[in-house]
Design a protein around this ligand. Sequence first.
Ligand code: NAG
Ligand code: NAG
Ligand code: NAG
Ligand code: NAG
Ligand code: NAG
Ligand code: NAG
Ligand code: NAG
Ligand code: NAG
Ligand code: CU
Length: 554
Amino acid sequence: MERAAMIVPLVLALCTAMASAAIVEHTFNVGGMNISQLCTDTVIYTANEQLPGPTIEATEGDTVVVHVVNDSPYPLSIHWHGIFQLLSGWADGAHMITDCSVQPSGNFTYQFNVTAQEGTLWWHAHSSLLRATIYGALIIKPRNGTDGYPFPAPYGEIPILLGEWWNKNVNDVEIDAHLTGLGQDISDALTLNGLPGDQTPCTGAGIYGVEVEYNKTYLLRIINAAVNVELFFKVAGHNFTVVAIDASYTDPYATDTIVITPGQTVDALMTTSAPPGRYYMAANVFDSKTVPFRFNTGTATGIVKYEDAPDDDATATMPTMPSHEDVVTAGNFYWSLTGLVRPSDPPVPKTVDHDMVVEFGVDQAPCAVEQTKCQGFALVAFMNRNSFQFPRNASLLKALYDGVQGRVYSEDFPSSPPPLPGIRRATSVKRLNYGDVVEVVLQSRVYSSVLGAENHPIHLHGFNFFVLAQGLGRFDPRANSTYNLVNPQVRNTVAVPAGGWAVIRFTANNPGMWFMHCHLDAHLPLGLAMVFEVLDGPAPNLLPPPPVDYPKCY
Ligand SMILES: *[C@@H]1O[C@H](CO)[C@@H](O)[C@H](O)[C@H]1NC(C)=O
Ligand SMILES: *[C@@H]1O[C@H](CO)[C@@H](O)[C@H](O)[C@H]1NC(C)=O
Ligand SMILES: *[C@@H]1O[C@H](CO)[C@@H](O)[C@H](O)[C@H]1NC(C)=O
Ligand SMILES: *[C@@H]1O[C@H](CO)[C@@H](O)[C@H](O)[C@H]1NC(C)=O
Ligand SMILES: *[C@@H]1O[C@H](CO)[C@@H](O)[C@H](O)[C@H]1NC(C)=O
Ligand SMILES: *[C@@H]1O[C@H](CO)[C@@H](O)[C@H](O)[C@H]1NC(C)=O
Ligand SMILES: *[C@@H]1O[C@H](CO)[C@@H](O)[C@H](O)[C@H]1NC(C)=O
Ligand SMILES: *[C@@H]1O[C@H](CO)[C@@H](O)[C@H](O)[C@H]1NC(C)=O
Ligand SMILES: [Cu+2]
């Protein structure tokens, strides 16, 4: 497939029909595809030969059914990022947590309801590094159509999926990361809707373009599908009003720069009130590392073209991007957002059943024997001194369902960092009763070592959480317990500041095994993860039996 410059016509979101629950059905054939990108011919793995993959558009209350057919040579799980999976935990698609992946030549039908959530989410592969090219938008419209938005109905909607591109097979990148012990090598380009844009060393690389009309308001649905990098996003000559993050509405927030970490989404209104012309959209890396390390210094670009403007990219205006180290712009964005509170929204729970401190980071470890390209030391990551080990022969959810927990995992994940030195490699979970309220101080370890610290995007499967407070340095329970219990941000992924902390709170109202992990894929195989095991509640809040075609390991 040739990656050519193109201006796509917009599908306008003008209909406001009252919808009743429907079935939204897709088939994803996942397989290899020859592609010429960045002046390089390579084979990538995609759903239906599309990059980004197909958009799933549903209305709140609908049932989503996706038949995934695995024609790739790799085991494959697909995760529906941010979907609550109420009583459908088998469909969460977390490799070895909720299933054993669809094996090559196999297939599985993911089925779940989208209930009590609306906005922009996304789906991505959750095995190996495949999500670099296997991802797409998952958009949930209000039941009342655009009348259901808590802001004036936009004239049109523009999905913006930001990604990362490697000029080689990403599964090999993943294998190499394991052999060197140093995490994945940096990507060759950033992408915007699958295309790198026109500011790479490859002349003629594809660039995404969208045509707009003058003096209209558009809803940009921005998704950070990049594998390992936080991003700044701007459109020259235009400002934004942020109205939602992670499919949760926010109080309107005006800004000219969007900051977004892998796993997050931002919905922003943009009014086309600039002099009619051509304007670049651009994304570059926010590098939060306190100790310098190699990172992708490129810029992905796209074009916003006003109707009737000339077709010449040379006339387009480029936004002034923040510098890669601009922690002030990043902090302003991440910390200023507040949640929009509507009468129907669940309030912040006022009492807490589990008060946890989870300290996490990356450290040095001796090379393992099989790490044949390891020189001096390997990296290891941990939460509360546990480096998460994926189980090898059963998914955690199947082990819970079959009552063989003890053979597959232990229920001894500590509620605070153990005083003992050393890191334990273990498949350790935190057990919760149905309905328990959990508060977690997510503490990024304050380092003095050579590795420094960086923002880690911590993602929780199965639940949204309230972000009650965040800060720099070590959380101090006496000085830092002023929480926003009125209108905190609601998210599924929080960028915990480098060497800082965030306090989150959620209600465990869904039985299953729910992964909480760093959404930088470089840190996931190193062990920056843990799991919440949520037991059945009173009927009908029971984990149902697995679907008949569920990809099992035994
Ligand atoms: C890619 O192209 C090569 C050479 O034309 C061909 O042999 C191969 O089957 C193609 N692979 C895919 C996945 O289409
Ligand atoms: C999903 O929605 C369908 C149709 O409304 C309903 O029959 C089914 O019980 C729901 N499933 C779950 C797990 O809630
Ligand atoms: C899915 O797998 C089943 C069981 O192996 C098989 O019978 C069926 O043909 C497969 N469907 C597709 C579309 O590959
Ligand atoms: C949906 O529309 C109906 C009828 O106009 C209205 O009564 C209801 O409040 C709306 N619901 C939402 C969530 O906007
Ligand atoms: C822009 O649109 C608004 C409302 O749609 C209208 O009131 C205003 O006059 C328009 N401005 C321009 C410059 O066309
Ligand atoms: C964007 O917002 C800034 C700060 O409020 C303002 O100075 C600028 O004029 C705005 N630009 C546009 C294009 O509206
Ligand atoms: C594999 O999992 C099964 C089922 O939980 C268990 O009975 C068995 O002991 C496990 N085998 C190994 C080698 O861990
Ligand atoms: C947290 O407490 C420390 C004092 O221990 C204080 O310096 C810091 O400003 C506090 N941070 C926040 C966000 O409250
Ligand atoms: Cu991380």
